[in-house]
Design a protein around this ligand. Sequence first.
Ligand code: 5AD
Ligand code: SF4
Length: 426
Amino acid sequence: MAEYHIIVCSSTNQMLRAQKILREQSIGIELIPVPAEFGTVCNTAIKLASNDLEKVQGIINKAEIHLNGIYPLKPRKYESIMNALKTKRLPKFTNILQKIQNQLDLTVDELTYLLASDDIEQELFKVADRMRAEIVGDEVEIRGAIEFSNFCRKNCDYCGLRRDNNQTVRYRMQTREIVDLAIQMRQAGIKTIILQSGEDQWYTTEKIISLIKSIRSETGLRITLSLGERTQKEYEAFRSAGATNYLLKIETTDEKMFSDLHGGELMGARAQHLKWLKELGYLVGSGNIIGLPGQSVSHIAQDLMFFKEMGIHMVGIGPFIPAQGTPLENLSPGPYNLSLRTIAVARLYLRNVFLPSTTALATLNDAAQAKGLEVGANKLMIIATPERYRADYCIYDNKKAVNMSDAISIVKTLNRRLPNTIAEEI
Ligand code: 5AD
Ligand code: SF4
C-alpha cells in the first residue's frame, strides 16, 4: 500500500507558497482538508508520497516555509466503526466498514451498495452519526446566507432563478444594505457569512471587491462567496480582498446529465473552476442534487468520489425540489431517504468535512433538517435575506427560510452544541 505524509503549514499563505514551489519542482502533491487529529477542518494540508519526503523537506527548508509539521498519514482507527463491527452484520457491509477503518478507498460499486440498500439503512445512519461525533464533535456550525441578487445569466433547467423564467421578480441589494445585514449577523454571533446570488454581472469585479473589503473591515466576519462561475482572475482578486471560502456546486458529475441540464455546458469546465479555487487557497464547498432526471445511484456514488478526489471541504447534498416556471416544474421531488443516505455515506467516506443539513432537505419535510444532523451532518445555514426579498429568491418552490431561532431550537432538541458565540436565548 502506498504511504503518504502530510505537510501542515503555519498559515494559508505558507501553504500556498509551499504548494507552488513543490508543483514547480514537479512533486506530485494533493491538497486535502487537514485530518481531524492535526487541526480543524478549516485547514488545508499538502499530501505527498512518503517516497518524496526527503526531497520535499529539502525544498521546504530552502524556501524557508513555516510549518506546523510534517506527519505520516497513519491510518486512524475509528471507535465508531470498531463498535459497529462488534455486532454481526451483513458480510458485505462489514467488509466495507473494515475497508473504511483501514483507510482503503471504496469502489463505485461499494458506494452504490451503501447508498442503495434498504436493509442496512438504520445501521448506516447510526455509524455515520457516531463518526460525525468522533471526527467533528457535537458543535453545529451555523452560517448566515445573504441572498443579495436573484438575477442570473445562466439557464439551469432545475432552477427557478434561470434567465428565461419570467415568473421570477428580480431584485438586487446595494452594498450598504448587504454590509448592514452582515453587521447584524455578527451581532447575532455568526462567524461566517455566505454571500449568494445568481450569476449577476451587474456586480462587477470592483463592486464585489469593495463589498468584501467593507464586510471585512466593518465586521471581521469570514466570507464565503457563492456567486457562480467567475474568471480565474476574479477569484484571485476576491481572495486577495479577503474572501476565504467559495461555494460552487458541481450538481452532478455525470457529463451527459450535466450538459443536458446546463444548455450544453461541460462538467469538466465547472470542475476546472473548482481546481482554480483550490489552487488559490480557498476552502472550497461543492455539492450535488439528489433526484435529478436520469440520475442513478451510481451517479451519486461517482459524485462522492469526485468530492474526495478534489479535496472538497464542504459538501452540500440536497434533494431536487421542482421550481415553477422551469422545464422540470412537473417532476417529483428527489427521494428523502436517498438524500439522507447520501449524507451518511459522505460522512463515512469523506470523513473530515463540513456537511450541512441543507435548506432543500428542510423544504422536503419538516423533520428533515433535524434528521440530516442525526445522520452525519454538522452544519446549518440560516437565511439572513430581508423578508421583502425572500419570496423572490425562489431557487425552488416553497423554499424554507430557516432563521436563527429555528436553528437554535433544532440544535437544542438534538442535544447538540451551539457555537460559543451564539447565545442560547434570543
Ligand atoms: N432543487 C434543488 N436544488 C436546487 N438548486 C437550484 N435549483 C434547485 C432545485 N430545483 C441548488 C443548486 C444550486 C444552488 C444555488 O441551489 O445546487 O447550486
Ligand atoms: Fe443561476 Fe445558479 Fe440557478 Fe443556475 S443554479 S440558474 S447559475 S442561480
